[in-house]
Design a protein around this ligand. Structure first.
Ligand code: SAH
Length: 359
């Protein structure tokens, strides 16, 4: 392992040498900040590809959902359209293109992007210029103006730092990262209190909790509760809180050691949808789902859209469309691992497709 390759690695090593091991949470935060503040991470030539970059059909399905949600909110005259962690801006561009189908909607929208990377802010601004809407940037949901909001967060929560707790003997300890024999290495830190769901656990078990995700969920829920709103949180993760180490790093579309190249690869952790749901409800919002991404997209008409796009397309493009659709919905690809959770203010009812199909 060559830890001297990146500025971030040097910075982390210096921190450890001065003050001792850092928490995994701090390590992940430093990696994410350096990564998104640096080179362009997305797309085929980058490190990984997200659903909106796979196909326009993804953003179109979200756009259709947003249009219906706007009507559920009572077609407000002033409505925030918020995206958390917009990446290249592709999803928002597809949403804005799609919501035009509903007359009167676009004119009511004020665009707000929650994005900490200044590099990506520039890219998002350029991408969305053609829609003629003013883009406001925010560091968090806390500064979003007090109007009803439609919001979406795709692969945002997985990038927010987690803490790991490791069972060592009879106690749980904070998982730390130290520097030993010239290498970054995991270490066990202070004894800490586990969440209730952790149970007794076995020696070596790892559980994950995330104060940063909890803060983000609370801000969203409180805003929605106070001003009205509806949105979708889409991410990879599990429906129930369970033990397991999901901290991962991806470089050039392959998994790599999480300690190998801090700041130069994408580090994330799976989202615990049970905990996320609890935090949203505690903040005053209603939740619906989660549903698997495949189920959600098909219920939103992805297959019909695929057939429509194929009608005018040459054979090569038709094959591509089939591949893209399969990538988004099939159980073996993104369809099952990715989940969609809907969040609404109280009293709106269940948004499609989260209601009971037989009701
Ligand atoms: N939603 C996009 C990109 C996901 S990558 C897509 O689907 O393609 C994660 C995004 O979240 C990046 O834009 C990154 O800069 C942003 N991000 C990471 N941590 C953040 C934080 N704490 N606050 C706001 N944005 C953050």
């Amino acid at each position: 392992m060559n830890t001297s390759i990146s500025k971030t690695a040097n910075k982390i090593i210096a921190m450890i040498e001065n003050d001792g091991p850092v928490t995994l949470e701090r390590y992940m935060q430093l990696c994410v900040d350096a990564y998104y503040g640096g080179s362009e991470p997305f797309g085929r030539s980058g490190d990984y590809i997200t659903a909106p970059e796979v196909s326009q059909m993804f953003g179109e399905a979200i756009g259709v959902w947003m249009a219906t949600a706007w009507q559920m909110l009572g077609s407000p005259k002033k409505c925030n359209l918020v995206e958390l962690g917009p990446g290249r801006g592709t999803l928002m561009a597809d949403i804005l293109r799609t919501v035009k189908i509903l007359p009167g909607l676009t004119e009511t929208l004020q665009l707000h992007l929650v994005e900490t990377s200044y590099k990506l802010r520039d890219m998002q601004k350029q991408k969305l210029e053609e829609f003629g809407v003013t883009v406001c940037f925010h560091d968090s949901f806390a500064s979003i103006p007090a109007n009803p909001s439609l919001f979406v967060a795709n692969e945002f929560f997985d990038a927010l730092p987690i803490r790991q707790l490791i069972k060592t003997g009879d106690v749980w300890r904070e998982r730390m990262i130290g520097f030993e024999n010239g290498e970054l290495a995991f270490a066990a830190g202070d004894i800490v209190e586990p969440p209730e769901w952790a149970g007794d656990g076995n020696d070596g078990d790892i559980i994950e909790v995330s104060p940063a995700r909890q803060r983000a969920a609370s801000m969203i829920a409180e805003h929605v509760a106070a001003n009205g709103g509806a949105g979708l949180i889409i991410d990879y993760g599990h429906e129930k809180s369970v033990a397991g180490d999901t901290f991962q790093a991806v470089s050039k579309h392959k998994f790599v050691d999480v300690l190998q190249m801090p700041g130069s690869c994408d580090v994330t952790a799976h989202v615990d949808f049970e905990q996320l749901g609890k935090d949203l409800v505690a903040g005053g919002a209603e939740i619906h789902g989660p549903k698997s991404q495949g189920e959600f997209l098909i219920a939103m008409g992805l297959r019909e859209r695929e057939a429509m796009l194929k009608k005018k397309a040459p054979a090569r493009v038709r094959i591509n469309l089939s591949r893209q659709a399969a990538r988004l919905v099939s159980d073996k690809q993104m369809g099952l691992l990715f989940k969609v959770l809907a969040v609404t203010s109280h009293g709106l009812g269940k948004p499609h497709p989260f209601g009971d199909p037989n009701a």
